[in-house]
Design a binder for this molecule. Structure first.
Ligand SMILES: [Ca+2]
Ligand SMILES: [Ca+2]
Length: 123
């Protein structure tokens, strides 16, 4: 009987491996974590939040792909009006963005869905 255990184990591994190797998309939490890390590259004073000047500088550096006034956009995102974008505010922004990008509403962003909006979202 003991000889069968490794066989069962290896067949379970064989079933699990393809799903791990070829994910169907990125879920919200993964998207938020990755995008938040990218946004916080603009956190030049390292306090873990984006001040308006940091946000504006980042939007301007993104150049022609960015539409709209960065300062007005900042004010919309800064829900508690303290003049900085914290993790919760960035995650709320990214959650709205995720919903817009998730064309088939399955809760996962595929590479195609992300490609479809590239250049429209500004980063
Ligand atoms: Ca804030
Ligand atoms: Ca999707």
């Amino acid at each position: 009987m003991r000889m069968k255990i490794p066989l069962i184990f290896s067949s379970v591994m064989a079933l699990a491996t393809p799903a791990a190797a070829a994910p169907q998309g990125v879920d919200l939490a993964t998207f938020q974590a990755a995008a938040r890390t990218r946004l916080l590259q603009a956190d030049t004073n390292g306090d873990g939040r984006l001040a308006k000047a940091e946000w504006t500088a980042r939007r301007q550096a993104a150049g022609a792909e960015v539409k709209g006034d960065p300062a007005k956009m900042f004010d919309r995102i800064d829900a508690n009006r303290d003049g900085a974008l914290d993790t919760a505010e960035l995650d709320a922004l990214l959650a709205r963005r995720f919903v817009r990008m998730d064309a088939d509403k399955d809760g996962l962003l595929t590479a195609d869905e992300r490609r479809a909006v590239r250049g429209r979202v500004g980063d």
